[in-house]
Design a protein around this ligand. Structure first.
Ligand code: ADP
Ligand code: F6P
Length: 324
């Protein structure tokens, strides 16, 4: 079947995520295998508006599948939300002969992708965020790597916490989503978990819980605190004052977004990148690639953006039940 497009533009947008390079590489290599030209767009929608374009060959993505960050770099470009500016963006793409776009990013980036699709550029989104907070998909590029990075860091904090018989509050990323925090709490055997979806801001409960675990002879008390709750340093001071247990706060920060992607992130990102190209070659537009119930599928972007996702209730309940 003949390709429905001739030239694909690819960009990464929003917060970077390990595995974005594997997705870029897959787009480039899959497209070239179908005789479709690929233009890399640097720095997300900001680079699109600045016409920061580079034609990509297979060799340009050699030795990138294992690299963290994004070789195309990324940006948050608030002006792209302005309808006149995104319209200008679509005109720029048309001027360069780009008739298909692959946007690798999160929900915000998909809103930009939807805008381009509505302006006549066939556009496909690929979900990439360490937050796992894209409702249409069970998997997002970067979550697996970030989770393992955080888990290893928390193991290390736990060692010193046990040696000193301390309480440790460990803040993991996730301003609006607690998936990363909840998975860490299970993987690291935390005593408490504070996430935006569930926290009731009742510190007395935490303080009483620490007193209970101390009375049982526990040698540490690990609290995983999502970035969305924050306040880890001041919380540590209050907990220490109330419980008498030495308390330290550790904010893991952006180290969670870096590093070489895990095997899962490399492989899933590769499949998603290839699928985005296949969809464009078939003439599809305004779709987002997803991994749902074990299959790689795609959704209409508007429908995907309307879906809602919270933390898994059963996982949350199990996590809480272990903390005694
Ligand atoms: P993420 O894609 O990770 O959710 P953001 O929410 O920061 O990250 O969005 C990334 C970028 O997507 C924004 O900086 C902006 O360039 C673009 N964007 C976000 N919302 C819209 C919108 N409503 N219309 C057009 N572009 C948007
Ligand atoms: O969306 C990914 C993420 O790392 C969130 O977990 C975090 O809240 C946010 O980005 C941090 O953004 P910034 O890079 O602007 O500090």
């Amino acid at each position: 079947m003949a390709n429905k497009i001739k030239t694909i533009g690819v960009l990464t947008s929003g917060g970077d995520a390990p595995g974005m390079n594997a997705a870029i590489r897959a787009v480039v290599r899959r497209a070239i295998s179908k005789d479709i030209k690929v233009i890399g767009i640097r720095r997300g929608y900001a680079g699109l508006l600045a016409e920061d374009f580079i034609e990509m060959q297979g060799k340009d993505v050699s030795d990138t599948i294992g690299k963290g960050g994004t070789i195309l770099q990324t940006a948050r470009c608030l002006e792209f939300k302005d309808p006149d500016i995104s319209k200008h963006g679509a005109e720029i793409l048309k001027k360069h002969g780009i008739d298909g776009m692959v946007v690798i990013g999160g929900d915000g980036s998909f809103r930009g992708a939807h805008r381009l699709a509505s302006l006549g550029i066939n556009t496909i989104g690929i979900p990439a965020t360490i937050d796992l907070d894209i409702a249409c998909t069970d998997y997002t590029i970067g979550f697996d790597t970030a989770l393992n990075t955080a888990m290893e860091a928390i193991d290390k904090v736990r060692d010193t916490s046990t040696s000193h018989v301390r309480c440790s509050i460990i803040e993991v990323m996730g301003r609006h989503a607690g998936h990363l925090a909840m998975w860490c709490a299970i993987a690291n055997g935390a005593e408490d978990l504070l996430i935006p979806e569930k926290y009731d801001y009742n510190e007395v409960k935490i303080i009483n819980h620490i007193k209970e675990t101390r009375a049982k002879g526990k040698k540490h008390h690990i609290i995983i605190n999502a970035e969305g709750i924050g306040e880890s340093q001041s919380m540590a001071r209050r907990i220490e004052a109330e419980t008498g247990m030495e308390t330290r706060a550790t904010i893991l920060g952006h180290m969670q977004r870096g590093g070489s992607p895990s095997c899962k992130d490399r492989v899933y990102a590769s499949i998603m990148g290839a699928k985005a190209v296949d969809l464009l070659a078939e003439g599809k537009t305004n779709r987002v690639v997803a991994h749902k119930n074990g299959d790689f599928i795609d959704f209409d972007i508007n429908e995907a953006l309307e879906m809602k996702k919270s933390v898994d209730e059963y996982m949350f309940d199990v996590c809480k039940s272990f903390a005694n």
